[in-house]
Design a protein around this ligand. Structure first.
Ligand SMILES: Cc1cc2nc3c(=O)[nH]c(=O)nc-3n(C[C@H](O)[C@H](O)[C@H](O)COP(=O)(O)OP(=O)(O)OC[C@H]3O[C@@H](n4cnc5c(N)ncnc54)[C@H](O)[C@@H]3O)c2cc1C
Length: 270
């Protein structure tokens, strides 16, 4: 897939250090599935992976959290500027109906949004969305999730570590509370900090609940050739076999929540 110059048609603030950028790209919009990602090229800076947070008819969005050079350059982009995008890549979410819990941590809620919208559109699902963040300023998509809750399409439970919005505490503690109170989802979808994903997997394994998690790893090629994003000990390539990985595989990945690799392949503690 080639890199396509794509015009930025909207930029929206998503709280502290986060923005949702929408680009015109009909080709990707027509092909993309919830959970897939794109490679975004910022000329003169770098090319980085971004989860897709909106799939429109002729446009797609991603939600960037500035953490370093490339994400900072993206954060500062304006409407009508061009960036390069290629994709969509990877395996997205397998969409399951029924009693569903969706858990997003920090910016991790963003790539869950197309899935949440899809589950709502199909109707007949009982969808609970836990949106966790350190504080209200770091919580993305709270407005849209509130709207969906007002329309009765989801049960929305924000959770902040500092108590600035909703439940005070970790999203995973809230999940445990819900399960203890008798909620019995047939599927949990999660994306966020890896320690959070790891904890969700532990909680779900104890109770026999199926999980699909969107996992992030350092990527270069995004097409399964370079090996930068492989995970130990299975050697699965997150760009091709992921980024959405089911619990059967997650349970066997020993590096999950423990370490990742940098651009040179060196292990970094998480
Ligand atoms: C499938 C996937 C989906 C992603 N979706 C989003 C998203 O929706 N929003 C968002 O803000 N971020 C997302 N990321 C992470 C984002 O790609 C990195 O934050 C970004 O590449 C960091 O680049 P930088 O130059 O700003 O920071 P750097 O200075 O390079 O690094 C800052 C941190 O980001 C990590 N990182 C650096 N490069 C990559 C890379 N190519 N892949 C993964 N991690 C990297 C580093 O290990 C370091 O911890 C996603 C990553 C993957 C793999």
């Amino acid at each position: 897939m080639k890199t396509m110059p794509s015009r930025i048609i909207a930029v929206r603030d998503e709280g502290k250090d986060r923005k949702t950028i929408t680009v015109h790209n009909k080709e990707i919009a027509e092909k993309a599935h919830p959970g897939q990602f794109i490679m975004v090229w910022i000329p003169g800076v770098d090319e980085i992976p971004m989860g897709i947070s909106h799939i429109g008819r002729e446009e797609i969005s991603f939600t960037v959290h500035r953490v370093g050079e490339a994400t900072n350059a993206l954060y500062n982009k304006r409407v009508n500027e061009y960036i390069g995008v290629r994709g969509p890549y990877g395996r997205g979410f397998k969409e399951v109906d029924g009693n569903i819990i969706v858990i997003g941590g920090g910016t991790g809620t963003a790539p869950l949004m197309p899935l949440i919208r899809r589950l709502c559109e199909r109707g007949g699902n009982n969808v609970t969305v836990i949106n966790g963040a350190k504080s209200i300023d770091e919580m993305v998509f709270k407005g849209e999730l509130n709207e969906l809750a007002k329309l009765g399409k989801i049960k929305y439970i924000p959770a902040t570590e500092d108590g600035s919005l909703g439940y005070k505490g970790l999203a995973t503690t809230l999940l445990e509370n819900l399960l203890r109170e008798g909620e019995m989802p047939n599927e949990i979808y999660v994306c966020g900090p890896e320690v959070m994903i790891k904890r969700v997997v532990e909680i779900a394994l104890e109770r026999g609940i199926h999980v699909q998690a969107l996992v992030e790893r350092y990527m270069k090629c995004a097409i399964g050739i370079c090996g930068s994003c492989t995970m130990d000990p299975l050697g699965i390539r997150v760009c091709v076999e992921g980024p959405v990985i089911p619990i059967e595989i997650l349970a066997k990945i020993t590096e999950l929540g423990v370490y990742k690799r940098d651009s040179s392949g060196r292990k970094i503690k998480i």
